[in-house]
Design a protein around this ligand. Structure first.
Ligand code: PEP
Length: 256
């Protein structure tokens, strides 16, 4: 059975004071919405330096309607050693992370991360018993040249061949059209469903156990229609995850 999952990606935002307020307000909003079911899981992927702080905040709420898991935004492919500035998957697990984003388009673009590297990072996460949230998606140029599905197939094939088919059910895939990230543009439900259906078809025998998230300017106003698509199991949310009310409304839309 596929798990509904809403993940906030805080990117390079936050401060100790803002994080405390955001998690506290999210918990209050969830309590007001009266959601007590566990049909929908939620998580926040926070900057490395705040993992400890946010981990303590979310642990304190583990029994509340606003229960939320902890994640990171990137991971090293290495286990330990002389890799200045890197953070290993074992360290993330030690900080009680459950999830880690790999291959976000901002990492692919600004840090030149290749499909191969993304696959290696997903493998490192799995070896530390984390759930990698593997991001795939096409640029506007690729969509306009009708290469969306080919690009996504290539991105997924690299991950599949590195982690092995038997491990596919241990990942989450986030399909994020690059042209929709942080731009206010959203894929239409039809566009999103077409690509998510294609991704599911690439995921082999366990495809029905894998949560597929849509990402790209998800907001309370467009979340419901996206979540009605048969192959969309949740969302990876950037900007709107920094607002407690918006993020709780998106979580709530997934639990209807
Ligand atoms: C993201 O960062 O993965 C994302 C989808 O951002 P936004 O929701 O702001 O478009």
């Amino acid at each position: 059975m596929r798990q509904s999952l809403i993940v906030g990606n805080w990117k390079m935002n936050g401060s100790r004071a803002a994080n405390t307020a955001l998690i506290g307000d999210f918990v209050s909003c969830m309590a007001q919405l009266g959601k007590t079911d566990s049909d929908v899981k939620s998580a926040v992927c926070v900057p490395f330096v705040y993992l400890d702080q946010v981990g303590q905040l979310v642990n304190a709420e583990s029994e509340s309607p606003g229960a939320i898991k902890l994640g990171a935004q990137d991971v090293s492919l290495h286990v330990e050693g002389a890799y200045t500035g890197e953070i290993s998957a074992v360290m993330l697990a030690d900080m009680d992370c459950k999830y880690v984003i790999v291959g976000h388009s901002e990492r692919r673009e600004y840090h030149h991360e290749s499909n191969f590297l993304v696959g290696q990072k997903a493998l490192a996460a799995l070896q530390a018993k984390l759930t990698p949230i593997v991001c795939v998606g096409e640029t506007l140029e690729q969509r306009e040249s009708n290469s969306t599905l080919a690009v996504i197939e290539e991105q997924l094939t690299a991950v599949k061949s590195i982690i092995g088919e038997k491990n596919l059910s241990r990942i989450v895939v986030a399909c994020e059209p690059v042209w929709a990230i942080g731009t206010g543009l959203t894929a239409s439900p039809e566009q999103a469903q077409e690509v998510h259906q294609f991704i599911r078809a690439q995921l082999g025998a366990d495809a029905d156990k894998i949560s597929l998230l849509y990402g790209g300017s998800v907001k309370p106003g467009n979340a419901s229609e996206l979540f009605q698509c048969p192959d969309i199991d949740g969302a990876l949310v950037g900007g709107a995850s920094l607002d407690a009310k918006s993020f709780s409304d998106i979580v709530s839309a997934a639990s209807i």
